[in-house]
Design a protein around this ligand. Structure first.
Ligand SMILES: Nc1nc2c(ncn2[C@@H]2O[C@H](COP(=O)(O)OP(=O)(O)OP(=O)(O)O)[C@@H](O)[C@H]2O)c(=O)[nH]1
Ligand SMILES: [Zn+2]
Length: 360
């Protein structure tokens, strides 16, 4: 099977960048998924599995490692199980996750993206600050933002919400759509032309998956599973991350990109609720739940009329959503959370016992 690389966004400019490697006998390819220890590529000869050459891994910092979306120069190595990626062609754009913590470092999570759909629900939780952060991230990446407000069918006052968003959009297009009624999908399609690569950036529940399915249309999207054998010969399946819609547009949907959406959402929590965070610092217990705990500065502020209880409610709601998202992605965080609840439960029971004055 042969593949026209132009279907995957290959351009004359890329061809020019690739020219020196062509003379070395390498072939061009685009990474459609990152697998354990390797990559699946589309090449002119069809799909192949590859891994990064030792020299490439050594030479590049973490944000320079091959990533889904990258165009690469590959040594085909017929007869071997995997091809070798020797070079990454210069990236047109890159979404980079700046890791926090002692190791620091930055990691590219999606590259060569033309357009970023910043997805937010019109329905309830339309958060302008969050959209501003998504816009900033997109401008930093070099991709073009399109703000997509979902669930128009559930919202009575679409025009007013669109106007609110346009006020912070710096001229980026703002589209109200419904994946249910398909309202606005034609307008969106004009931003998703054949060979252009799009990503979706949005918080959980914004409607990204539903939108993807609506864009894929009636015909089945080519999301075919990829089977691979791990070191012990067990077969595992992975999903393509770079998917071609029947319209010819490309959607790059990587786990790192999904995390970036959540992470950006979280980065804003502390900022938006700085007052509550500051009060919580004053609570007697570090893990104070701002319930019945003694010495709770947050409750004290509410009782003194300095803090609106509704504000604490929305803070807690957002915290709970974020914790839920983290648990979905990270089973260890789920365990930690369970431990925390058990210890709180025990502490609460101990306090109750102390109150009652019995000890057994
Ligand atoms: N009425 C209506 N409901 C929608 C629309 N788009 C999404 N939904 C609903 O909103 C909920 C969340 O949608 P998802 O597509 O799962 O959201 P997501 O952004 O993919 O969320 P995660 O998978 O958690 O990242 C689902 O119950 C959808 O059915 C829409 O246009 N109209
Ligand atoms: Zn407290």
């Amino acid at each position: 099977m042969t593949t026209a690389l132009s279907d995957y966004g290959w351009t004359e400019a890329l061809q020019a960048d690739f020219q020196p490697f062509a003379t070395q006998g390498l072939i061009p390819g685009r990474i459609i998924v990152q697998q354990r220890g390797g990559y699946r590529l589309v090449t002119p000869g069809g799909e192949i599995d590859a891994r990064a050459s030792g020299a490439l891994m050594k030479a590049t910092a973490e944000d320079g490692r091959p990533t889904a979306g990258d165009w690469v120069a590959v040594e085909a190595r017929p007869g071997e199980t995997t091809a070798l990626v020797h070079h990454i062609l210069p990236r047109r754009t890159a979404f980079v996750r700046k890791a926090s913590g002692p190791r620091g470092g930055a990691q590219a999570v999606a590259t060569n993206v033309d357009v970023a759909l910043l997805v937010a629900s019109l329905n309830s939780d339309l958060n302008l600050r969050r959209l501003e952060r998504y816009l900033a991230t997109t401008y930093e990446s070099g991709a073009e933002p399109v703000i997509v407000l979902t669930k128009a069918d559930l919202t009575p006052d679409v025009a007013a919400r669109v106007a609110e968003v346009e006020a912070i959009a710096f001229g980026a297009p703002v589209l109200a759509i419904s994946s249910k009624t398909r309202e606005g999908l034609d307008a969106l399609a004009t931003h998703l032309r054949p060979g252009r690569t799009a990503v979706l950036l949005g918080s959980s529940g914004a409607g990204k998956s539903t939108l993807l399915n609506a864009l894929a249309g009636e015909e089945k999207m080519d999301t075919g599973e990829i089977r691979e054998a791990d070191e012990r010969g067990r077969h595992t399946t992975t999903h393509r991350e770079l998917v071609r819609l029947t319209s010819g547009a490309l959607i790059l949907d990587t786990p790192g990109m999904r995390e970036l959406g959540l992470w950006e959402a979280e980065a804003g929590v502390a900022q938006t609720f700085a007052d509550i965070e500051a009060l919580a610092e004053e609570c007697r217990f570090r893990d104070c739940g701002h319930g019945a705990e003694p010495g709770c500065a947050v409750r004290a502020a509410i009782e003194a009329g300095d803090l609106d209880p509704a504000r604490l409610k929305s803070f807690e709601k957002l915290q709970a959503e974020l914790a839920f998202e983290r648990r979905k992605e990270d089973p260890r965080a789920a365990m930690e959370n369970k431990k925390l609840w058990i210890s709180r439960h025990k502490a609460g029971r101990a306090r109750m016992k102390a109150k009652r004055g019995d000890d057994g």
